[in-house]
Design a binder for this molecule. Sequence first.
Ligand code: F6R
Length: 263
Amino acid sequence: MFYIFPTATEIADFVSEQMLLRIKNQNKTVFGLATGSTMEPVYEQFIQKYRQCQPSLEQVYCFNLDEYVGLPAEHPQSYHAYMQKHLFRHVPFNQQQVFLPCGQKTANEAECQAFSALIQAQGGIDLQLLGIGTNGHIGFNEPGTPFNSRTHIVALSEQTRRDNSRFFANKNEMPTHAVTLGLKDIVEAEEVFLLATGAHKAEIMAALQRSRSDEQLPASILHEHPNAIVLLDAQAAQELDRSLCRSYQDLTRTRTAIAEKAT
Ligand code: F6R
């Protein structure tokens, strides 16, 4: 389940390639997308690879994991703005097929339920991309979130607010709440890639590797997923038990063989 790559660049290369392969080989593709620093190189390489081959995006659907509550979509730190900046502005996805949770102040339970239902109406997510918070959150499912949760409004933990306030010039603008896909929505994806890069993720990745499924460590729900893999760079992997990890070459070799069979 844990694959160690030399750097974030090789992870981005692998993940963007897998995204393109799905678009080329499947009649329809539903992506679950994440934001944050970890995803930036992935989208950067996706854009470059997309430009080289320009496959049809007619049957591609994108659902984002989360959004802050109370930031207008045009606020530079909203996840709507992030997705425009890092992906949607550069790749002509059908905007009618791109969905982010609504982060308006009036966000409510009915809208949350509708977001989970919208994903189900598209047949569920094929490939879910995830980053991880230093407290183990995935999406904005903070420690203690029930594993059977659906899209919901969450009060962000102090740790998450501290970590993410780095993006805000005025720290007081850091939102207190967010809307996030629930853990159940996430693990219903056919395949999940959890990415972790940088030394600041080393401690939580070691905790994740040691853990069993435990609601106090939200990412540990992935232990129960038959098709979830964790991709780490060497820095994020520095505290892992290496005997339980595999090299990225094992993964790329297997995937290349599968892709060759499919063509
Ligand atoms: C963002 C998200 C979060 C981030 C996590 C890591 O859409 O769902 O769970 O993936 O907070 O953020 P970075 O990548 O900035 O370290």
